[in-house]
Write a protein that binds this ligand. Structure first.
Ligand code: CP
Length: 307
């Protein structure tokens, strides 16, 4: 039974296939309206979410399927001490596919190892968020028309930002990728991401604390929120949270064709005034996430022989 824990579980050919499928869904939505009729998705969210849970649910409904949901560990038997493995063994009796978010790194793998239906990791702690990466990749494809030879600036919390880890690993597979890692010293990209994803692919990267200096050389600026929920110490969070704020004034230093991405939710790191800049793509990412989740649900259900 195939599950998706990490975006690298998908080959570059499969990423192309999913982005092509998503573009076909955009062009011909009616052709997909009944593809998952009588199939059920469970959304198990042990951690808060707006976009990921609701877009998975919207995706399944738009494919003609049904959804049952657990929005918050407090409303499930996890609150009584039930393990992830037992929860998954239970939920597999009710549905054809599961999307799960959990605060602990590795929880999605535990789920997949105990499942009899496909499991999609909807975010596991500070580790991975593969379907956000699929949303990001479709946005890059639609806005920049290519995956190769792009210079991407990741800015903010590169330590705990799981969307950064997943997108950096995905982009490392394309020729000519260059990364500019913009963060405070305390929130630098973890060395395991460099060791496992960037170095083996020979990806060129630089590290800096200066956003404005980096802006002129970027094709894509990927802003991130400082992840308060993953800090051990509130004092450190308060000290670092407003370190980078992208403003309309700073955008004057960016190339005319640079795009601004952000996985959202935003706190203060992008001024609301930037939303009116045609280079701002973060709400496009939200919609693209629904199309890519539709494509992924169909792919996994097809491979499992369920549709
Ligand atoms: N981007 C993202 O994962 O958003 P949510 O936390 O709202 O799902």
């Amino acid at each position: 039974m195939r599950s998706i824990i990490d975006v690298l579980d998908l080959s570059t050919e499969e990423i192309e296939e999913l982005t092509a499928c998503a573009q076909d869904i955009i062009a011909n939505p009616d052709a997909y309206a009944d593809v998952c009729a009588r199939k059920k998705l469970a959304t198990l969210f042990f951690e808060p979410s707006t976009r990921t849970r609701m877009s998975f649910e919207a995706a399944m409904y738009e494919l003609g399927g049904h959804v049952i949901t657990m929005a918050g560990a407090a409303s499930s038997s996890a609150a009584k001490g039930e393990s992830v493995a037992d929860t998954i063994k239970t939920v597999c009796n009710y549905v054809d596919i599961i999307a799960m978010r959990h605060p602990k790194e590795g929880a999605a793998l535990v789920a997949a190892n105990n499942a009899t239906v496909p499991v999609i990791n909807a975010g596991d702690g500070g580790h991975c968020h593969p379907t956000q990466t699929l949303a990001d990749l479709l946005t890059i494809k639609l806005e920049k028309k290519r995956f190769d030879n792009l210079t991407i600036g990741f800015c903010g919390d590169l330590k705990f930002g799981r969307t950064v880890h997943s997108l950096a690993a995905a982009m490392a597979r394309y020729p000519g990728t260059k990364l500019v890692l913009i963060s405070p010293e305390e929130l630098k990209l973890p060395s395991y991401v460099k060791r496992n994803a960037l170095n083996p692919a020979g990806v060129k990267y630089t590290q800096t604390t200066d956003l404005e200096e980096a802006l002129p050389e970027l094709d894509i600026l990927y802003m991130t929120r400082v992840q308060r929920e993953r800090f051990f110490n509130e004092e450190d969070y308060l000290r670092l949270k407003d370190r980078y704020i992208l403003t309309a004034e700073k955008m004057k230093k960016a190339p005319e064709d640079m795009i601004v991405m952000h996985p959202l939710p935003r706190v203060n790191e992008i001024s609301v005034a930037v939303d009116d800049d045609p280079r701002a793509c973060y709400f496009k990412q939200v919609l693209n996430g629904k199309y890519m989740r539709m494509a992924l649900i169909m792919k996994l259900l097809k491979e499992a022989g369920k549709i």
